[in-house]
Structure formats: structure tokens, C-alpha cells
Design a protein around this ligand. Structure first.
Ligand SMILES: CCCCC/C=C\C/C=C\C/C=C\C/C=C\C/C=C\CC/C=C/C(=O)SCCNC(=O)CCNC(=O)[C@H](O)C(C)(C)COP(=O)(O)OP(=O)(O)OC[C@H]1O[C@@H](n2cnc3c(N)ncnc32)[C@H](O)[C@@H]1OP(=O)(O)O
Ligand SMILES: Cc1cc2nc3c(=O)[nH]c(=O)nc-3n(C[C@H](O)[C@H](O)[C@H](O)COP(=O)(O)OP(=O)(O)OC[C@H]3O[C@@H](n4cnc5c(N)ncnc54)[C@H](O)[C@@H]3O)c2cc1C
Length: 631
């Protein structure tokens, strides 16, 4: 059968709710989501086996975006598809993949790493996998409460298998963290297997359809061949064959951090679409008293809140793709046994994941606030997008923790520069900074990019000097590092921003040569707006570390305001171009037809509190008090 994926899915009636999910209980929400997840999984399997074929492209990307509308929250199988499968594909041996990655497999899996006691510091994970050579098995064990796995998506009720991160012990020696496939529920009855304690962790700020769970093992045995063995092996006699790089086990986190950048671009495009369309419909007060009320999008302060969101969505789309291509390149190198590019990829992924999630959650919230009171309604969908987006600041590596990883990388290059040793080309500006080879400030995108590099150099130097000073004062390295950590994270943040500006500007200039003149103008305006916005936000840093002057900053401010005016006529077109269907956007404020007030009234009529003209609580509780002396 030939189908158009979106139309096909849109026509599956059971996937679309009559009652908005906010009115369901915690349990009903999960059950509703799981019903839909398995309808979608069936479609994906049919696509995979060729039983249905598609007429549109970019599937499963299409399926991924349309699921937003289906779930309004999170697909409970997101981790099964996004992390369980992908980790097996990346870290299991060819034989294991052939066995486990069957399209009709009974396994529904999840990625089980975080514990009650440890999330960020994964070397502290306490779950153990001890090799028993007499039976050729690993024994998975949870030694204490803090070692209980806690958080994995889909673990609570859905998964019957999981990839578990545990400390590997062979003959009393700990070999560190490794990943094991463990069945946790019976495939047929779905009851937890003996020695497994599993359940759901309860309601959260968002992700309420993801049935995040807890898991404990009581000496649970799995075959030796269930350790993921592509990069590292345990042989039958207990011989441990080391990986080529000891962080290859962390590969799934690296991949998800890279993928997330694009996902956050998509979340930003949804928030921008809602807030810009609403701002074009909403009129509130005239600008001149004798004129009619104006669209709130005409207020320059409103443009300041929204156009940066449109621009940022493009930044993260472009940079997400750039990182995806780097990941592909580095992974190919790793296959060839060359690990040389891995540290750089890790450093970039860490700071870009941290900053993209922080930007995205701040900008989604800014869009919500820009919609005034109506943005506070669940029916606007902005609260859900915020709750989803802000979680990304924490999961897959907490914000500060990841920035500190990138700081290690920056400090290494600063040390080389300080010791006048050769530097790679992309850090040549460290040497320029040390030699005080400062460029004359230019009020242009290229000038701003240079300015941001000066900030990176200046902040890395400041952090490095503090570190050295702490060391000279007799502190141990780790303690000295902790004392400098505010400055270290500042340096990483600046590094991420300079990368975002440079990659976005260069890619936009390149793209502009391939599109129509009129489109090129708008794309360059957006890119320039992004750079100007951040130059103004960071003007204090530019004053400290670059050759910018007060006059330059004033000129930047004028150009920024000019750009807002230039973008204004195209604002609605720009968000329409994100091409997000109403069924996916799920917003009374952001629908394409602009019927905001009609949709709000229609949604309000779905409230169960409007089912009875007089709610029974009036008779039970209100009337006895208010009418007490009058009856
Ligand atoms: C229905 C249709 C669906 C269709 C779906 C289709 C597609 C979907 C696909 C994808 C989905 C897209 C997006 C996903 C969207 C949403 C996600 C949804 C849910 C969220 C799920 C969340 C999951 C999780 O959170 S899993 C748990 C994650 N946990 C963490 O991230 C922990 C963070 N901590 C760490 O990573 C580490 O502890 C640490 C901080 C890196 C420190 O590690 P440690 O071993 O202590 O190392 P150090 O001593 O600090 O450093 C030593 C040395 O190693 C280097 N290093 C560290 N890590 C790495 C690495 N990964 N790679 C390379 N090198 C590394 C480090 O730099 C240092 O080097 P140096 O000594 O030279 O400096
Ligand atoms: C919605 C959601 C979904 C998730 N899904 C999964 C999943 O599917 N599988 C899974 O395994 N896990 C999952 N997680 C867990 C997630 O990966 C962890 O919560 C995350 O890695 C952060 O760890 P933590 O909670 O231990 O925070 P902590 O590390 O306890 O952080 C608390 C504070 O301490 C600070 N801090 C910690 N260490 C340092 C340090 N070294 N230096 C400076 N400051 C530090 C942090 O900056 C932060 O401010 C999920 C979490 C959420 C919220």
C-alpha cells in the first residue's frame, strides 16, 4: 500500500483525543499514550518491513514531528526508539545486533543508567555486574537504596527489557562501567521476572506520559553474551578485552547530545510559531492615541522578544546539522580505529547541548510570557513545550556539569598557548590574545565573531589564572578546579556562543549564494540579528576583552533596532515557513487560520467543569455555608 505518512497518521482516529489529556488522571494519561504509541509503532514496523510504502520523504523524521501532536507530551516509546535501539546499533557486536534488532522483536526496551544516588557522576554508579565463570553469566545486583535505577523513560510500566549501565567485576577486579542487556519482565505476562523490583516514579513537571521508572536487581542472572560487546569483550574464561578508548561506553550520551540540538531547534520553531501568529492576531492599545489598536507584533519590544526565537531556531537547526555531520565523520574514523577527533566532538557536544537547552527553555518561556495571560493556558500548548524543553537542561548531562567538561578542553589549549607551544588552527586566537594582537573593532558580523573569540580567550585566561593561583596557594588540582568553576563555566558558555555565531553566519552566507536574492536577504537579516542580539547582551564582556567602544555599542543598538523593523513584515511568513501543521502545534493561539478567540472558547467548552450548569459541590459544600442562616 502507498501512503503519505502524515495524512495516513492523521486519519487514524484513535490517535486523536476528544478530551484534552490535561483532564485525564495520571493513570489514564499513561494508558491513553501507550495505546497511541503502539499504533504508531505498528506503522513504523510496517514502514520498516515494506508492508506500507511512503510517498513522502524524511520518515521517520515526519513520524517524529507528528508524534508531538499525537502525544502532546512524550511518546512512552521515545527511549525505546531513540536510545535503546540506537545504543544496540552503536555498541553491540554484529551478532548481537542481528539477534536483538529484529523488526518484530518482542523486546520493548529503555536506557537505564541514572540511579537514585548518582546521575551526573556516572563513575559513582553502584549497580554491579559480576562475572560468574562457572555458569558463564553476569549477576546484576543493586547493593543499596541509592543504587536503585531511577528516571529511565518507559521503565515504569512499558519496558520488558533494558540496557543497564553497571560496574563490571571479574575475579574481584572492577573494570568500570559497561552496558548489559537485561530482560526485566516476562514477554507474555509482562510480570516482573524473579529478582526484579520495578515501578513508576510518579508525576513530574512534564514528561508525564513517559512512565519514568525505578529498578532494582536482586542477584539477577543474565548470559555473558548480554554485555554489549562491539568495543569491549569479556571472554568465556573471564579474560577482559579492553576497548580502544575507555569512553566509548559513553557513546549513546554523545549521540543524544548531538541529536538534541536539532530537537531543541524544532521546539523553538513551535514556540515561535505560536507566539508570532498570536501577536499578529492580538490587538492591544493604540500606539498613537488617535489610531486604532495595533497588532501587538507592532510593538518593538514584542519584536525584541520574538524575533530572537525565530533566529535561534534557525541557529540550532544549522548547528545541529553541522554537529550531526561531525558526529558521522568522527564515528567513521572510530570504526577505522582512529580516536583522535573524539575529545573535540565531546567538548563541542557538551557545551552546545548545554547552551542550546538553556537558550531553548528561556526562549520558550519568553514566548509564553509574550502571549500574556493566554500563554498561561494549557490550550496554548506553550506550558507543555516549556516543561518538555526545560527538562533537556538536566537530562543527558546536566548544564553546569557539561560546561565543565568543555572547560577541561579549553584549559588544555590555554595551557599550550601560555607555554608558547603549537596550537591547532581553530585556537590560534588564544596566541593572538596572549600577544595582544587585537583586531580593530568592526561593527559587522565578522567583527562580532572576532569579538566573541576575544571573550573566549579572555575568560579562559581568567579561569586559568585563577586555577594557577589556587595551585600556587597549595590547593590540590581538583579543589583548585572547583574554586575556579564559576569562571570555567563562563569560559565554556562564551566558547559555545562564539561557535554558534561563527557557524551560523558562515553557513548562512554560503546558503545565501544558493537561494533567491529576496530569500538570501531575509536569511542574512536573521543571522545578523542573532549576532547583534548577543553582542548587545554581552556588551560588558566585549568591553572587557575586545576593542569595542561605547560608540560602537550604540551603533550596534541602532542596527539591531533597524533589523527588527526590517524583519517585521516577514515575521508571519518566517514562522509559516517552519511548516508545522495545526495538528502538531496543538495551540489555540497559534493555529494557521488565526481564529484565536473562537478556538479558546471551543476548548473551554471541553472542560468537565462545564458539563453541569450547577456543579454538585454547590449543594454539598457551598450552599450549606452561604445559605446557612437563610434557610
Ligand atoms: C514514534 C516515532 C519516534 C521516532 C523517533 C525517531 C528518532 C528519535 C531520535 C532521537 C530522539 C531525539 C531527541 C531526544 C529527545 C528527547 C530525549 C528524551 C528523553 C530524555 C532521555 C534522557 C536520558 C538520559 O538522561 S540518560 C543519562 C544521561 N546521563 C548523563 O549524561 C550523565 C552525565 N555525566 C557524564 O557524562 C560523565 O559522568 C561525565 C560528566 C562526562 C564525567 O565522566 P567521567 O568518567 O567522570 O570522566 P572525567 O574524569 O570527567 O573525564 C575523563 C576524560 O574523559 C573524557 N570524556 C568524558 N565523556 C566523554 C565522552 N562521552 N566521549 C569522549 N570523551 C569523554 C573527558 O573529556 C576527560 O578527558 P580529559 O581527561 O582529556 O579531559
Ligand atoms: C525528564 C527526564 C528524563 C530522564 N530520562 C532518563 C533516562 O531515560 N535514563 C537515565 O538513565 N536517566 C534519565 N534521566 C536522568 C538524568 O540523566 C539526570 O537527572 C541528569 O544526568 C542529572 O543528574 P542528577 O539528577 O543526578 O543531578 P545532580 O548531578 O545531582 O545535579 C544537581 C546539581 O548539582 C550540580 N553538580 C553535580 N555535579 C557537579 C560537579 N561535578 N560540579 C559542579 N556541579 C555539579 C549540578 O550542576 C546541579 O546544579 C532523566 C532525567 C529527566 C529530568
Amino acid at each position: 500500500m502507498m501512503i503519505h505518512t502524515n495524512n495516513y497518521i492523521l486519519n487514524i482516529k484513535e490517535l486523536w483525543d476528544d478530551v484534552p489529556e490535561e483532564y485525564l488522571s495520571h493513570k489514564e494519561r499513561y494508558e491513553n499514550a501507550i495505546k497511541k504509541a503502539f499504533i504508531v509503532l505498528k506503522v513504523l514496523r510496517q514502514l520498516h518491513t515494506g508492508n506500507i510504502q511512503i510517498t513522502d520523504h524524511r520518515t521517520p523524521t515526519n513520524v517524529y514531528s507528528i508524534q508531538d501532536g499525537i502525544f502532546r507530551n512524550v511518546n512512552p516509546l521515545l527511549i525505546h526508539i531513540g536510545l535503546f535501539w540506537s545504543t544496540i546499533a552503536a555498541q553491540a557486536s554484529t551478532e548481537q545486533q542481528a539477534e536483538w534488532l529484529q523488526p518484530d522483536s518482542s523486546m520493548i526496551g529503555t536506557y537505564v543508567q541514572t540511579e537514585l544516588g548518582h546521575g551526573s557522576f556516572i563513575r559513582g554508579i553502584e549497580t554491579t555486574a559480576t562475572y560468574d565463570s562457572t555458569t558463564d553469566e553476569f549477576i546484576l545486583h543493586t547493593p543499596r537504596l541509592s543504587a536503585y535505577k531511577w528516571w529511565p523513560g518507559g521503565l515504569g510500566n512499558t519496558a520488558n527489557a533494558c540496557l543497564v549501565m553497571a560496574q563490571l567485576y571479574i575475579n574481584g577486579t572492577c573494570h568500570g562501567l559497561h552496558i548489559f542487556l537485561a530482560q526485566i519482565r516476562d514477554f507474555d505476562t509482562h510480570k516482573p521476572l524473579p529478582g526484579i523490583k520495578v515501578g513508576e516514579i510518579g508525576p513530574k513537571m512534564g514528561f508525564n506520559t513517559a512512565d519514568n521508572g525505578f529498578l532494582g536487581f536482586d542477584n539477577h542472572r543474565i548470559p555473558r553474551t548480554n554485555m554489549l560487546m562491539k568495543n569491549v569483550q569479556v571472554l568465556r574464561d573471564g579474560t577482559y578485552v579492553k576497548p580502544k578508548h575507555d569512553k566509548l561506553t559513553y557513546g549513546s550520551m554523545l549521540l543524544t547530545r548531538v541529536t538534541l540540538i536539532s530537537d531543541l531547534a524544532y521546539q523553538l520553531s513551535k514556540a515561535a510559531t505560536i507566539a508570532v501568529r498570536y501577536s499578529a492576531v492580538r490587538r492591544q492599545s493604540p500606539i498613537k492615541s488617535n489610531e486604532p489598536e495595533r497588532q501587538i507584533l507592532d510593538f518593538v519590544s514584542q519584536q525584541h522578544k520574538l524575533f530572537i526565537t525565530i533566529a535561534s531556531s534557525h541557529v540550532y537547526r544549522v548547528v545541529g546539522l553541522w554537529m550531526w555531520n561531525s558526529h558521522k565523520r568522527v564515528t567513521a574514523d572510530i570504526h577505522e580505529g582512529n580516536m583522535g577527533q573524539l575529545p573535540e566532538l565531546h567538548a563541542l557536544a557538551c557545551c552546545l547541548k548545554a547552551i542550546s537547552s538553556r537558550d531553548a527553555s528561556a526562549l520558550v518561556e519568553q514566548c509564553r510570557l509574550a502571549c500574556g495571560g493566554h500563554g498561561y493556558m494549557m490550550a496554548s500548548n506553550l506550558p507543555q513545550i516549556y516543561a518538555y524543553t526545560t527538562a533537556a537542561v538536566t537530562y543527558e548531562g546536566e548544564y553546569t556539569v557539561l560546561l565543565l567538561q568543555t572547560a577541561r578542553y579549553l584549559v588544555k589549549f590555554w595551557r599550550l598557548a601560555a607555554e608558547h607551544k603549537p596550537l591547532p588552527q581553530n585556537f590560534a586566537y588564544f596566541e593572538d590574545y596572549i600577544k595582544k594582537n587585537f583586531e580593530q573593532w568592526r561593527n559587522s558580523p565578522e567583527g562580532i565573531i572576532e569579538g566573541f573569540k576575544a571573550i573566549v580567550a579572555g575568560k579562559t585566561k581568567a579561569a586559568y589564572d585563577t586555577l594557577q593561583c589556587n595551585l600556587r596557594n597549595g590547593r590540590e588540582f581538583e579543589e583548585a578546579w572547583n574554586m575556579a568553576s564559576v569562571q570555567l563555566t563562563n569560559a565554556s558558555e562564551a566558547y559555545a556562543r562564539s561557535l554558534l555565531c561563527e557557524v551560523f553566519w558562515k553557513e548562512t552566507v554560503q546558503l545565501s549564494t544558493k537561494v533567491s536574492k529576496s530569500l538570501a536577504i531575509v536569511l542574512e537579516q536573521l543571522a545578523e540579528l542573532y549576532l547583534m542580539y548577543w553582542a548587545l547582551e554581552k556588551h560588558g564582556d566585549l568591553l572587557l576583552y575586545s576593542t569595542i567602544s561605547r560608540n560602537d555599542i550604540e551603533a550596534l543598538q541602532s542596527r539591531y533596532e533597524e533589523l527588527l523593523a526590517l524583519i517585521r513584515p516577514n515575521a508571519v511568513g518566517l514562522v509559516d515557513a517552519f511548516d508545522i501543521r495545526d495538528e502538531v502545534l496543538c495551540s489555540t493561539l497559534g493555529a494557521y487560520d488565526g481564529r484565536v478567540y473562537e478556538r479558546m472558547m471551543e476548548e473551554a467548552s471541553k472542560s468537565p467543569l462545564n458539563e453541569d450548569v450547577v456543579n454538585e459541590s454547590f449543594h454539598k459544600y457551598i450552599r450549606p455555608v452561604t445559605m446557612k442562616n437563610k434557610l
